[in-house]
Design a protein around this ligand. Structure first.
Ligand SMILES: C[S@@+](CC[C@H](N)C(=O)[O-])C[C@H]1O[C@@H](n2cnc3c(N)ncnc32)[C@H](O)[C@@H]1O
Length: 263
């Protein structure tokens, strides 16, 4: 391998040979499915995705009710995790940033945010801002945020450890992070059914509806490649989180990694 290039210790889409090509392939993949992303998300998860975002946001109620709290939703995609956070914050004076490196995904987040604001016509919602940025090189100063979340995005980073270090860097002392992602459900029967659905049915429907071959085959491969909870928790500790835990959602189909930076 070219010494200039870095080994992939994260997502590895087919054909990627280093961190840069992996990130590029991931960005192109999400850009290609952006128009159908929301529809497929709800369809393929039987709408349970809404419950997962809501549970994740609820976990951070204490931060979201703090006036002046600063929140970053990484890999925000079309914005649903950021919207759930904003909803939980209610009228509190909380600043929420959604960051993603796919322009097409962000555009849809902005359209949805504008539509929701028009529907409400209150202008009182916590401020939501969108920024095109790479999660591995965030344009924010050290210790800036009280909370960093990422829903189904972290798994796509080309370097998990660099991603965790970057989250830890932008978090203030005592700040918290929540990484929501897919898991492998435990239990023989459920595990088997899930594997058939996730590896065969989901890629077939995803490909058919999005009209794009590739992204929905990459999804199960990326989940398989993602570290198991024990390993992920140990990586979080190494990256500077004083405390870390994992809470399974829906029998482990998804789960929330929670971390707190030292005071
Ligand atoms: C599966 S989508 C998740 C979107 C949203 N958070 C949700 O829950 O529906 C993953 C998102 O991560 C973004 N992403 C992946 N790697 C990224 C990176 N290095 N920097 C910023 N965004 C990234 C992709 O562009 C995509 O929008």
């Amino acid at each position: 391998m070219n010494s200039e290039k870095q080994r992939i210790v994260g997502a590895a889409p087919a054909g990627a040979s280093d961190r840069e090509s992996a990130a590029r392939a991931v960005r192109e993949m999400f850009t290609s499915i952006a128009p159908r992303y929301d529809l497929l998300n709800h369809l393929l998860s039987f709408n349970v995705d809404r419950l997962w975002w809501w549970r994740t946001a609820r976990r951070f109620d204490s931060i979201l009710k703090q006036p002046g709290a600063r929140v970053l939703d990484l890999c925000c995609g079309t914005g649903d995790m950021a919207f759930a956070l904003s909803h939980r914050a209610g009228g509190a004076d909380v600043g929420i940033f959604g960051a993603d490196f796919s322009h097409a995904m962000l555009q849809r987040a902005m359209l949805k945010a504008n539509g929701a604001a028009r529907a409400k016509e209150t202008g009182q919602a916590p401020s939501l801002r969108w920024i095109e940025a790479d999660a591995l090189r965030l344009p924010f100063p050290d210790a800036h945020f009280d909370l960093v979340t990422s829903a189904f995005g972290f798994r796509n980073l080309a370097d998990y450890d660099a991603g965790l270090c970057e989250i830890a860097r932008v978090l203030a002392p005592n700040g918290q992070c929540g990484i929501l992602d897919f898991g492998e459900p435990r239990g023989r029967l459920l595990g088997e059914l899930y594997r058939v659905y996730f590896n065969k049915v989901l890629p077939a429907i995803g490909t058919l509806v999005s009209g794009v071959r590739g992204p929905y085959a990459y999804l199960p491969a990326s989940v398989e490649r993602f570290p198991a909870p024990e390993e992920m928790l140990s990586r979080m500790k190494q990256a500077g989180f004083a405390e870390a835990s994992w809470t399974p959602y829906t029998m482990g189909v998804a789960g929330l990694y929670w971390g707190a930076k030292a005071k």
